[in-house]
Design a protein around this ligand. Structure first.
Ligand code: B3K
Ligand code: ZN
Length: 882
């Protein structure tokens, strides 16, 4: 199983290693340019493996300076060191033996940020998925688990701090200006969870006592001076540890848990055993520099990485095809955590918005793949919203199908049975099948069939017979490599509402299994009849988004308005408002395309304002209710032949119609939601800010004048309000003097704070309209733009491509050509970053022909690049096929 040469790896080819790794002992002599790594690996030949079978280890860009068997040099005839592998022959039959590999690496030159690299003078590692092989030759795959001892030697002044996984064994000065530290991790782990950090950092310390009384030291390491910014992360960590004990019965298992925040990181964070490494964006926060969204992300990601300790680390993946086993499950766990810490309904709405904005387009385009793929060329390209977010939804559906008690029993069985193992999705599902005695084989299609199922529904009510009938039909669209699909097991939560606003208790129907309020759709076509229904009910379908599907249900606007007003499930209320808004927005886009003014249904305006006025509802929900579907939601609803300019213009008109109709109310709301006390990042206070800023945004639409947003900018006392006001100014009045003044004031105030300057870039990169490409080019020449820092590249180039539909998709194709050049420029330095940003083009086929043609040409230009990484090569190839 080797993945880095660009060859395709297939699930069906999986087989265990020939040699069992018993123990790992690593010694690092750190040096920015010449780090020496000595790896002592104890192996034995697996029973039944022939004597002629060599030991094959993985490597990547390594310089080997020594190779020994039981401390004796291995003769060159007995090994081959190739680019990607080290093959050693004539090894003992069954007795354990020790292989020592000595390598020399150059952390300073490592711009891929995989393996051991340097960030702001700190040594740091990232090994998932296949970075460990860039440190030493090793069986670098997740089913090879061993305890690790790590010795780190470094210059004491440059690196007073020497960290690795597990518990600290001890350390001492070496008398030559260097010192060493030794760490031992008793929990067998795969190499992708290895971590080393060394440097000079500040620390925030705390402690946590586990349920069984274990005292755990908690440490968050940050750049000196940034300690005060880490207190929220520490608080989130302690809450996560407690929650995992209460909700899942999982305790922490080492004496110390460490988090290190670094500024150059390819992703959000990494769950290395006992030593999480984080993008500092997801650790550092204070009211002046972090928005409410930043606080929520920090809380969620701290929790996510911590939860991996059980779902991912103690029980890990047999192979990378099983990635969703740890990622989907852990996302589900962090979603539940945030739902418990904040508002469950608002959290669910945010999750579904994200799923629809990111995963649905992936599932509908050329990059679609199953939650558990069966082949890959570059595994890093499979850390996708399908594996993560759809993977979480599939876990949620298991909980929905089984109910809370059986789900918990299944999880407990999984933890008991598989602790310390590397397992598969089948192992996971078997636990739930066993405790529930349910056959989950049809359900398991959610892991294997790509594409978002479409469920078409119609209803009829027979007053004479007092029956209510649902006709349901499901279809899973074809996706790359999968043309014919089987019907899925789709759990649909439903409610029957009555005209007076109450809800019926559900009788058990004919034609489908029902458990509680969950209707089980299992056939391609299914007719379900409820008897004894005294009057026409209003059907609320897919409550809580119980299944990640597209729903085609022609429901009368009055019924949708009724749901928006009376549903007990707040998610369903929000969904109904969306369903009311979408046809208006689609029609408005069509009008804009043909140059006629759009119409906005009075019923929509009324429903939106009714929800927003309802003081019984929490402000965060009311803010969500007022937020119309995004431009990409509208594009997805239209499906093909999209014109982003028309979608944008149409949406602006609907926004204006709502704004004008609600102008006085929005002005009142803006005042009413003003802060009453000092800043607090809690969910309720964040909800008030969200509602206030939504009101501000509508007001500015109604007034068509920058004055109010400029005033909000100047009076803001926290980053949420400040950045919202700046966004409104820049996006609505990009050239107004108020905007230019605000942008330069913001830049001057925060020039020293990289994370805030990222926001300054992002706000400008997302200004709607074709001219923004010019701005982005200018911004790239700004001294503050740093092409080597992934956060900065994502903030400017990434957000332009992902989140600026009118700017990026400009009709002349310049946006795509710009991106193609950027991808070709970034790829040699940092292939993962380049490949990720390139996925912004995943929906190119749904554009109108002229733009699609430009997009295709840009993709071809990338494909013709002389030396593409497997990462970019794989994405561009899949994007062009078909
Ligand atoms: N497991 C890491 C992601 C690693 C990505 C490798 N390309 C973070 C997470 O999901 O928690
Ligand atoms: Zn994860």
């Amino acid at each position: 199983m080797r993945t880095d040469t660009g060859e395709i790896i297939h699930l069906e080819d999986y087989r265990p290693t020939d040699f069992v790794l018993e123990r790992v002992d690593l010694t690092f002599e750190l040096d920015p340019r010449q780090t020496k790594v000595e790896a002592r690996l104890i192996f034995h030949r697996r029973e039944g493996v022939g004597l002629d079978m060599p030991l094959v280890l993985d490597g990547d860009e390594l310089k080997m300076t020594g190779l020994l068997l039981d401390q004796e040099e291995i003769a060159p005839a007995n090994y081959d060191a190739a680019d990607r592998t080290l093959t050693i022959r004539h090894l003992p039959a069954s007795a354990p033996f020790e292989i020592t590999v000595v390598t020399e690496i150059d952390p300073q030159a490592n711009t891929k940020l995989m393996g051991l690299y340097r960030t702001s003078d700190v040594y740091c590692t990232q090994c998932e998925a296949e970075g460990f092989r860039r440190i030493t030759y090793f069986p670098d795959r997740p089913d090879v688990l061993a305890p690790y001892t790590v010795n780190i030697i470094a210059d004491k002044e440059a690196a007073p701090l020497l960290l690795s996984n597990g518990n600290y064994l001890g350390g001492a000065n070496m008398g030559d200006g260097r010192h060493f530290a030794a760490w031992f991790d008793p929990h067998p782990k795969p190499s992708y969870l290895f971590a080393l950090v060394a440097g000079d950092l500040g620390v925030v310390e705390d402690s946590f006592t586990t349920l069984s009384g274990r005292e755990v030291a908690l440490k968050i390491y940050v750049e000196h001076g940034k300690e005060p910014y880490a207190t929220y992360a520490m608080d989130a960590l302690k809450r996560s540890m407690k929650w995992d004990e209460e909700a899942f019965g999982r305790e922490y298992d080492l004496d110390i848990f460490m988090i290190v925040a670094v500024s150059d990181f390819n992703m959000g964070a990494m769950e290395n055993k006992g030593l999480n490494v984080f993008n500092d964006k997801y650790v550092l926060a204070d009211p002046n520099t972090a928005t409410d969204a930043d606080y929520a992300n920090i809380e969620a990601i701290i929790a996510h990485e911590y939860f991996h300790n059980w779902t991912g680390n103690r029980i890990t993946c047999r192979d990378w095809f099983q990635l969703c086993l740890k990622e989907g499950l852990t996302v589900y766990r962090d979603h539940e955590f945030s739902a418990d810490q904040r508002s469950r309904a608002v959290k669910r709405i945010a999750e579904v918005r994200h799923l629809k904005a990111e995963q649905f387009p992936e599932d509908a385009g050329p990059l679609a793949h199953p939650v558990r793929p069966v082949k890959y060329r570059e595994i890093n390209n499979f850390y996708t919203t399908t594996v993560y977010e759809k993977g979480s939804e599939v876990t949620r559906m298991i909980a929905t199908l089984l109910g809370a008690d059986l789900f918990k029993k299944g999880m407990d069985l999984y933890f008991d049975r598989h602790d310390g193992q590397a397992v598969t999705i089948e192992d996971f599902l078997a636990c739930f099948a066993e405790v529930s005695k349910r056959d989950l084989s049809q359900f398991s299609l959610w892991y294997h069939q790509a594409g978002t199922p479409l469920v078409t529904v119609s209803t009829s009510y027979d007053a004479g017979r007092q029956t209510f009938t649902l006709s349901l039909e499901q279809m899973v669209p074809p996706t790359p490599g999968q043309t014919a699909k089987e019907p899925m097991h789709i759990p649909l939560r439903i409610g029957l509402l009555l005209e007076d606003g109450t809800e019926m208790s559900l009788p058990s129907p004919a034609g489908a299994e029902m458990t509680g309020d969950v209707l089980h759709l299992t056939e391609r076509k299914q007719t379900v009849t409820f008897e004894g229904i005294p009057s026409r009910p209003i059907l609320s379908l897919n409550r809580g988004f119980s299944a990640p599907i597209n729903l085609h249900f022609e429901q009368a606007p009055a019924d949708r308005a009724h749901i928006a007003r009376h549903e007990s499930d707040l998610f369903a209320r929000w969904q109904a408002l969306n369903d009311l808004a979408l046809p208006n927005l689609v029609a408005a886009a069509a009008s804009a395309r043909s140059g006629v003014p759009a119409r906005c249904d009075a019923a929509l305006v009324d429903a939106l304002l009714t929800a927003a006025r309802d003081d019984r509802l929490e402000p965060a929900f009311r803010a969500q209710a007022l937020a119309l579907p995004s431009e990409s939601d509208i594009a997805r609803e239209i499906g093909s032949n999209n014109n982003p300019d028309a979608i944008h213009a149409g949406r602006q008109q609907i926004m204006t119609a709502v704004a004008v109709a609600g102008r006085e109310f929005f002005a009142e709301l803006f005042d009413k939601m003003a802060a009453t006390g000092p800043f607090s990042p809690d969910a309720a206070s964040a909800g008030r800010r969200a509602l206030r800023n939504t009101a501000l945004s509508y007001l500015v639409y109604a007034e068509n004048d920058p004055a109010r947003a400029a005033a909000a900018f100047h009076s803001a006392d926290n980053m949420t309000d400040l950045s919202q006001a700046l966004t409104i100014l820049a996006h609505r009045f990009p050239d107004a003097p108020e905007t230019l003044q605000a942008l330069s004031a913001f830049k001057a105030r925060f020039a020293e704070n990289a994370l805030v300057i990222d926001k300054w870039f992002t706000i400008q990169a997302t200004i709607p309209g074709a001219e923004t490409l010019g701005r982005v080019r200018t911004l790239m020449a700004d001294p503050l733009f740093a092409g080597s820092n992934p956060n900065r590249v994502r903030a400017l180039i990434g957000t332009f491509a992902f989140s600026n539909p009118t700017g990026f998709n400009r009709a002349d194709g310049d946006g795509y050509r710009f991106l193609a050049h950027q991808i070709l420029d970034i790829d040699p330095r940092n292939p993962q970053l380049a490949a990720r940003i390139l996925t912004s083009m995943r929906s190119w086929r749904s554009l109108e022909e002229i733009r699609a043609e430009h997009a295709r040409n840009a993709l071809r230009e990338i494909a013709a690049g002389a030396t593409l990484s497997p990462d970019v090569g794989d994405i561009v190839e899949r994007m062009l096929v078909g």
